[in-house]
Design a binder for this molecule. Structure first.
Ligand code: ADP
Length: 259
């Protein structure tokens, strides 16, 4: 579905890029970047050419997740060559500024930085460019959702009520600018205890599925809270790469098929 026609002249597409999809969350810390990265790798595993634009410029985590460092080199004029991690083309503010530099930027600067990373990067031929959006639903996010020619948006939420309220705000934000919501992913959905084998619904469970039903958008899947997901993400060796046939990779590939 994401590979459908690109919208209006007001939002010109990126040459060579068939579809751009945003991964968003109403608040930080729900696993948006982890989902972006594993979803991108799952889309690639499903046979697509994939890029990731890290638009979470306040806390760029895509370089760490893809285990890529370095400075993108110019290919011609201002156009930069994206870096590559596990076969996925990656561009992030994290490559352009030092890690400790605080991003004390106003909305318009955020938007211009993201626009540059979108339009002044040699993305080449891509089936899907996945955008890790900055968390929240403020002006910057709204403007961005409006300016980037998005084919659709995926919302990530934990099952907690508060996260879901924020997820609903995110969803409404995309609806306001006529970006189709491709669905909701429930992250940290449940915990399977490695010691007792029991299943624990730490943040409650099933909230996102109910919310998706209520809002009339697809429910894309449940990702468990699992130490392996965190450890592998932090080590820059995401589960979809390190254990491609494992239970987590299977969940992400299933989500990738639905978007
Ligand atoms: P966000 O982008 O929403 O701020 P991150 O993707 O950076 O969130 O995730 C926040 C932290 O939670 C990271 O340390 C990440 O490894 C961890 N995390 C995310 N999803 C899971 C999960 N399903 N299981 C275990 N840890 C997770």
């Amino acid at each position: 579905r994401a590979a459908g026609p690109q919208p209006s002249t007001q939002k010109p597409g990126v040459p060579g890029v068939k579809a751009i999809i945003a991964v968003a969350s109403g608040k930080g810390g729900v696993g948006k970047s982890t989902t972006t990265c594993n979803l991108a790798l799952a889309l690639q595993a499903n046979g697509l050419k994939v890029g990731v634009l890290d638009a979470d410029i306040y806390g760029p985590s895509v370089p760490r997740l893809f285990h890529v460092t370095g400075r993108p080199e110019p290919v011609s004029g201002r156009i930069l060559k994206p870096l590559e991690g596990y076969g996925v083309k990656v561009m992030s503010m994290g490559f352009l500024v030092e890690e400790e530099t605080p991003m004390i930027w106003r909305g318009p600067m955020v938007i211009s930085a993201i626009t540059q990373m979108l339009r002044e990067v040699a993305w080449g031929e891509l089936d899907v460019l996945v955008v890790d959006m900055p968390p929240g639903t403020g002006d910057a996010q709204l403007t961005m959702a409006q300016n980037v020619p998005l084919a659709g948006a995926v919302i990530v939420s934990t099952p907690q009520d508060l996260a879901l309220i924020d997820a609903r705000k995110g969803l409404n934000m995309f609806r306001r600018v006529d970006v189709p919501v491709l669905g909701i992913v429930e992250n940290m959905s449940y915990f399977l205890c490695p010691d007792c084998g029991g299943r624990h619904d730490i943040f409650g469970h099933g909230g996102a599925r109910k919310e998706a039903e209520k809002l009339g958008v697809p429910f894309l899947g449940e990702v468990p809270l699992d130490m392996a997901i965190r450890e592998k993400s932090d080590a820059g060796t995401p589960v979809v790469v390190t254990d491609p046939d494992g239970p987590h990779a299977t969940i992400y590939k299933e989500i990738a098929r639905k978007v």
